[in-house]
Design a protein around this ligand. Structure first.
Ligand SMILES: O=C[C@H](O)COP(=O)(O)O
Length: 309
């Protein structure tokens, strides 16, 4: 099985406003994206489930558009949200007094079946708030640990509510950049090991009932103008992530790679022994950058060939 996740970040914002979307209307854009994904046949591959993580405002039109696709053309497609709040709505508890937050139950109510938790952009936002609140606190490891504790609460809320979870981990450019390759790898292992241990605490109880997938994203490889690691370098890290998951869960969790995953490298990355899929955002990194469903189809074709699907 090859798990493909797509994170449509804030791609609904038009180029006229500084975004990457060719359409003026976010609703029309996401309806077209869903239609094109189905037209490319991406909902028919039982061995290659495809989950789209969307900004909250796009979930309802996406779920609606998906419901209009014939059942046999959408059977491997799912819609998810880009994160959930650390607290949730509960019968007899909080009825929904969570203005501006995204409780897991609210996401489930509008049609999400999955959540992406702890994306590096979310981790960066939380770390920034903590650092600002602490008045210039610069202990990056302590801040990162606090962020992982918040991420853990979000992962637990998502799982309790019945959402499948993609949980993201990754190292920064600073954690990678200095020293010998061995020193870099040791730092990466410490960083990812801590992120996993804290972010995934208590989640083993949900295995079997929910899907739990780890996304490895070297933060320095995300987005345009970046060079993703060579496949062997990815394998070195994802093999560690798999081993760490076995130590924590008693079984290896699926691990997907994100950060500059594209047509040119999808086949080689999907062929790696420790890789079970990919996390894609942009499909085009130069020229008119953006997300193009037909290019996603090519990336998935390449990945399927690499994985032997
Ligand atoms: O959520 C997706 C990742 O941040 C990867 O982004 P990218 O495919 O644009 O490098």
């Amino acid at each position: 099985m090859l798990d493909i996740f797509v994170n449509l970040k804030r791609f609904e914002v038009s180029r006229a406003l500084g975004g990457v979307c060719g359409e003026g209307s976010p609703k029309v854009w996401i309806e077209n994206v869903i239609g094109q994904i189905a037209a490319c046949g991406l909902g028919k591959n039982a061995d290659t489930p495809l989950t789209l993580f969307l900004p909250e405002a796009l979930v309802i039109p996406a779920v609606d558009a998906l419901s209009r696709v014939p059942a046999e053309e959408r059977r491997s497609l799912a819609i998810g949200c880009q994160g959930v709040h650390r607290e949730d709505i509960r019968k007899g508890g909080n009825f929904g007094a969570f203005s501006s937050s995204r409780p897991a139950t609210a996401m489930k109510a509008i049609g999400c079946t999955a959540a992406m938790i702890g994306h590096s952009e979310e981790r960066r936002e939380k770390a920034g708030v903590i650092a600002a609140h602490l008045g210039g606190q610069t202990d990056a490891a302590a801040i990162s640990e606090t962020v992982s504790r918040l991420i853990n609460q979000e992962a637990l809320r998502a799982l309790e509510t019945g959402l499948d979870v993609l949980i993201c981990v990754g190292e920064t450019a600073e954690e990678r950049s200095t020293g010998t390759p061995e020193e870099q790898m040791r730092r990466v292992e410490v960083t990812l090991g801590r992120q996993m241990e804290t972010s995934l605490a208590g989640t083993a109880a949900f295995l079997g009932e929910r899907r739990l997938v780890i996304g490895y994203e070297p933060i320095w490889a995300i987005g345009p103008g970046k060079t993703p690691p060579a496949p062997e370098a990815i394998e070195q890290v994802t093999a560690f992530v798999k081993k760490a998951s076995k130590a924590m869960f008693g079984q290896e969790l699926p691990v997907v790679y994100g950060g500059g995953l594209k047509e040119e490298n999808a086949r080689a990355i999907a062929a790696l022994p420790s890789i079970d899929g990919g996390l894609v955002a942009l499909t085009r990194f130069t020229g008119e950058i953006g997300f193009y469903p037909e290019e996603l189809a090519t990336i998935i074709d390449q990945a399927r060939a690499g994985a032997g699907c």
